[in-house]
Design a protein around this ligand. Structure first.
Ligand SMILES: Nc1ncnc2c1ncn2[C@@H]1O[C@H](COP(=O)(O)OP(=O)(O)OP(=O)(O)O)[C@@H](O)[C@H]1O
Ligand SMILES: [Mg+2]
Length: 373
């Protein structure tokens, strides 16, 4: 604790860490197969001051990964390093981590101000500093008017805002970890708080790691998103990386609404065979022969006049008006292809044949679910 206080004074409160993981975790002893692991072997680095999200469906291992980083959980294999120091067996306190959970963790008998001040009091920060910092955080969370109210009487939303505030009040932490912190918050406030967190990240330059299963939440909050499925981190990237070049078919499916189209194709002699039609590869593109999946986002499928080079005829099955655009579904070799069209596109009807261009600069190919470079 003494060391922290000294550092706080010495470097103006900034005490973040570069977090390196090289580990795996199984809750059961003697794991043998992949499904025994909550986290399969992974190596990952979280840089100082970054805004990260861990994104994936329920049960994929997000909380396990977060708890391994905070020190609530010791991984069954491997290590956690902060700035090169091995902290694998250190507690969250010793690692200097703040963590915000899904449900409020606050003291009902204390006032809002006392709750916010608590993590600082524990660290023997001066009264003046505490008052200043509590004031700043309350203002950011728009709770300045409630500072002297007891927490007991507040709504669930307000209590969770206090939890967020307690996580953010110390500027000397290695990182602040959030585990789906906006679950109990109503949708409008959720949107506001998400923006607030982003703004706080800009102002305080803290390392923030945010768990969510909501892609919009992850992509708006984080600079780098870790996409997880079944204990595996399948891609780490910016919103653009995940959208433009999903490195795994899971990322293609999971990111976007709807997700990427995938079609089974065969690469043969420099051509791609889709449903008995041979399509030429884009200039400069080469592929080894074999069975592949072609991935193309609905946004990048183009409708083209019949007879255009590489045009593939497909049958329209449905056209939905989704407000800002139209979503056309078409059948192709027993699969559904989604095509995003502008609202003023020609009025296609189910049963019509249209021609699509699948091969473009945004088209990706996958072998064993992994992208082919
Ligand atoms: N304490 C535990 N003991 C045994 N198995 C656990 C424990 N905690 C989690 N698991 C299992 O580990 C896997 C990953 O769980 P984890 O809670 O990390 O997922 P998650 O991505 O956070 O899910 P959610 O979105 O539902 O919170 C799941 O199969 C889960 O059942
Ligand atoms: Mg969880």
């Amino acid at each position: 604790m003494v060391r922290c206080c000294l550092r706080l004074c010495a470097v103006g409160g900034v005490d973040m860490a570069r977090i390196e993981l090289d580990l795996a975790h199984a809750y059961r002893p003697n794991p043998k197969q992949d499904s025994d692991f909550a986290l399969l072997p992974l190596r990952m680095t979280f840089e100082d001051g970054g805004a990260y999200a861990l994104l994936g469906p329920s049960g994929c291992g997000k909380t396990t990964l977060l708890n391994v980083m905070s020190g609530l959980l010791v991984p069954s294999q491997g290590s956690v390093r902060f700035d090169g120091r091995d902290v694998t067996r250190q507690s969250p306190q010793a690692r200097n981590i703040a963590q915000v959970f899904q449900f409020p963790v606050i003291y009902d008998t204390m006032t809002v101000a006392e709750n916010l001040a608590f993590p600082l009091r524990n660290r023997k920060v001066s009264k003046e500093q505490i008052a200043k910092r509590v004031g700043e955080i309350a203002e950011m969370l728009e709770m300045s008017g409630q500072l002297n109210q007891r927490a007991a009487g507040l709504s669930a939303d307000a209590k969770q805002k206090i939890s967020l505030g307690r996580g953010l009040v110390r500027s000397d932490v290695s990182a602040v970890l959030f585990d789906e912190p906006l679950t109990v918050i109503d949708p409008h406030l959720k949107w506001q708080l998400r923006r607030k967190l982003k703004q706080i990240h800009h102002e305080l330059k803290l390392t923030l790691i945010y768990v969510t299963h909501d892609q919009v939440e992850a992509l708006t909050f984080a600079d780098q998103v870790v996409v997880m499925t079944r204990g595996r981190a399948v891609q780490v990237g910016s919103a653009a990386d995940l959208f433009e070049r999903p490195s795994h078919t899971f990322v293609g499916h999971f990111i976007g609404s709807p997700g990427m189209n995938f079609l089974p194709v065969q690469a043969r002699g420099g051509m791609v065979h889709v449903a008995d039609v041979a399509l030429p590869l884009s200039p400069g593109r080469t592929l080894l022969d074999g069975e592949l999946k072609l991935g193309v986002r609905p946004e990048y499928v183009e409708l083209v006049p019949p007879g255009t080079a590489g045009a593939l005829p497909v049958k329209v099955s449905r056209v939905q008006d989704v407000g800002t655009h139209l979503m056309l579904s078409a059948d192709i070799a027993g699969q559904t292809l989604k095509v995003r069209l502008s609202s003023d596109a020609a009025p296609y009807l189910p049963g019509d044949t249209v021609h699509v261009q699948l091969m473009g600069e945004h088209t990706c190919f996958y072998r064993n679910e992994e992208i082919v470079p």
